[in-house]
Design a protein around this ligand. Structure first.
Ligand code: FES
Ligand code: FES
Length: 159
């Protein structure tokens, strides 16, 4: 298979790699860039588990090719403090603390993508009402939490 060289900044670290042109960004991030916190569930753009921020825009890493990230900056769950704009307290950002306080996760499979997407959502919409939060959650499937606690956790950190 044809390969191409790419340069990408992943969680603040500059990387160069030679990747197959059909390699998914999600697979590149997990297998070559060491982003073990990035989860892949459905693998076809439905669940939101693989959400990362690509040049300031939330995207589904399973729907992009690694070569499409050439020259870009990617932020995964490891960049959550930067996405929330705060220093973690005892290792957890405010959003993570709120998810813990409100039991907004069980297996945690959806959680990294949900936290990344929610940090970007709140950065652009700091005081969302319930309807806006539900709209935001439309693109994120959680198979275990029932959503009520996720909503409560987000409401607790909004401005
Ligand atoms: S794993 Fe990418 S959207 Fe589900
Ligand atoms: S906590 Fe299990 S899928 Fe969301």
């Amino acid at each position: 298979m044809q390969c191409l060289d790419i340069r990408v900044i992943v969680d603040g670290k500059a990387l160069t790699a030679t990747v197959p042109v059909r390699l998914l960004l999600s697979d590149f991030l997990r297998e070559q860039a060491g982003c073990g916190g990035l989860h892949v569930a459905c693998g076809h753009g439905v669940c939101g588990a693989c959400t990362v921020v690509l040049d300031d825009v939330p995207v589904r890493a399973c729907l992009l090719l690694a070569v499409q990230a050439d020259g870009a900056a990617v932020q995964t769950i490891a960049s959550l403090p930067q996405l929330e704009g705060c220093e973690p307290e005892r290792g957890l950002t405010p959003l993570q603390q709120s998810f813990r306080r409100y039991h907004a996760l069980q297996c945690g499979y959806c959680t990294p993508g949900l936290l990344v997407a929610t940090a970007k959502f709140l950065a652009g919409c700091p005081s969302p009402d319930r309807a806006r939060i539900l709209e935001h959650l439309n693109g994120h499937l959680c198979r275990c939490s029932g959503y009520a606690n996720i909503i409560a956790a987000i409401e607790a950190v909004r401005a």
